[in-house]
Design a protein around this ligand. Structure first.
Ligand code: ASP
Length: 448
């Protein structure tokens, strides 16, 4: 027992991930179909329990730590420069991500051998219903898309935004409220203390919840593997390979270059430090739900200061989705190849711009990519019926692809927050470089 808790948390989470995968695969391929789905339903509640635990933290965590971060910075102007830089790099990395998706899609031709004729009518109808209920079948122009995003940032009712867990309006209100407290001077001191101690407390609570992560990740992986197995590899072989390859390349090349060349930091401590968050993202398929873990590893393992972590990361979980954007590029080419649509060079550019835009302003929740894809597919000229032919099989096998996109999304957020922290002098290099920069576990911090 003691040896378990002494082990680095990322190693424990990794053990959970591997064991969960193996257990799930044994159930799926070792039992009858019914047995496998029963096994999946036994694991799911435990996975959901973990998911609830981390999602429970999201709203209070963003609100408390961001207000306290603004207070710690003391100067709203600094927040402006920090936010501006973060948004700038977010845009660039997202654009590069789509480009990588388009390059891999052109080389590997994931849609070339795909038979759209084999898609069943039932699947098409189910997909149509899903897309319609998500409002994804209406066509939206670029300007309208941008204005929708802008309008969604300012809440009319902050309580409603909190109830719905809408990250962008909460960020907006928290920043404004923090500025209000700063301007109130002496009179704002009592509430500033409340926010500062509240932020400390919720960060400690995050560490407690993280202790459950190895078990939560195990349950989620066992459920996913028992439920979906590796069928995606057979059904969408080249597409699966393209998504995983493009994501790995993007992480190594784009995020690696950012850290190594722009921030001049070694890569190993980064990848060691972010493993917990990557595993949680992979098993939950939701960057919003992973947010508490992302913030925790940024502060405890990477040495990113509280003001930067609490502002740049929640923003990133919504507006910076590299894996999602990259996938849009791949879907566009997959569809074009499967449907025999000619894609000229101008379209590549429009797809890249559109994919960057649609990935902004949408929450990081499971399978959101597929709802965004209707916009991307309309750029290459696919009709609504053709879209359904492409999206139906993707919906059926999305989970394993979604997991990799989500991992890529949060890795991008963490890389950018590290670079911004370094630029802004909000970075503790000793924490980043420490041999054991994976100390986001409760026993060590509590014993301090
Ligand atoms: N599930 C992804 C996320 O939460 C979004 C997507 O579907 O690509 O980041």
């Amino acid at each position: 027992m003691k040896a378990w808790f002494r082990m680095d948390l990322w190693k424990r989470v990794m053990i959970g991930l591997v064991l969960g995968t193996l257990i799930g695969l044994c159930f799926r391929y070792g039992l009858s179909e019914e047995g496998a789905s029963q096994a999946a339903s036994y694991f799911k509640p435990f996975g959901d329990l973990f998911l609830n635990l981390i999602r429970m933290l999201v709203v209070p965590l963003i609100f408390l730590t961001l207000v306290s971060g603004v207070l710690a910075m003391g100067d709203p102007k600094k927040l402006g420069s920090l936010g501006g830089r973060a948004i700038g790099i977010y845009m660039v990395t997202t654009f590069v991500a789509v480009t990588i998706g388009l390059i891999i899609g052109t080389i590997l031709q994931p849609g070339a051998g795909f038979d759209v004729g084999a898609v069943s009518q039932d699947q098409i109808e189910a997909t149509r219903a899903q897309l319609e209920s998500g409002g994804a079948m209406e066509t939206v122009g670029v300007f309208e898309q941008i204005m929708r995003t802008v309008l969604a940032i300012v809440p009319t009712n902050i309580v409603e935004a909190m109830v719905n867990g809408d990250v962008l309006p909460i960020i907006f209100f928290a920043i404004m409220f923090g500025i209000g407290i700063l301007l109130a001077g002496e009179a704002g001191k009592p509430i500033a203390d409340v926010f500062n101690s509240g932020a400390e407390a919720i960060l400690k609570l995050t560490l407690i919840v993280m202790e459950v992560a190895p078990f939560g990740v195990l349950a989620l992986m066992a459920w996913v593997m028992a439920e979906y197995g590796l069928d995606v590899v057979v059904a969408l072989g080249m597409m699966t390979l393209s998504v995983y390859l493009a994501c790995v390349l993007h992480i190594l090349i784009t995020h690696g270059t950012l850290l190594k060349v722009v921030a001049r930091l070694p890569l190993l401590p980064f990848f060691r430090g972010v493993t917990d968050a990557q595993m949680v993202a992979y098993s939950t398929s939701s960057s919003s739900a992973t947010l508490p873990v992302t913030i925790s590893v940024a502060e405890n393992n990477l040495g990113v200061s509280k003001p930067v972590a609490s502002s740049v990361l929640p923003l990133g979980a919504t507006i910076n989705m590299d894996g999602t954007a990259l996938y849009q590029g791949l879907i566009a080419l997959f569809a074009a190849q499967a449907l025999g649509i000619d894609v000229h060079i101008g379209m590549y550019f429009t797809v890249a711009i559109m994919a960057t835009l649609v990935s902004i302003g949408t929450a990081g929740i499971p399978s959101v990519s597929l709802f965004l894809a209707t916009t991307t597919l309309s750029v290459i000229g696919a009709t609504p019926d053709q879209m359904l032919l492409i999206l139906a099989p993707l919906f059926a096998f999305d989970r394993l692809l979604d997991m990799m996109r989500t991992l890529t999304n949060i890795t991008g957020d963490l890389a950018v927050s590290t670079v911004v922290a370094k630029w802004e002098g909000e970075f503790d290099e000793r924490v980043y470089m420490a041999e054991d920069n994976t100390t986001a576990d409760i026993d060590r911090t509590m014993l301090k």
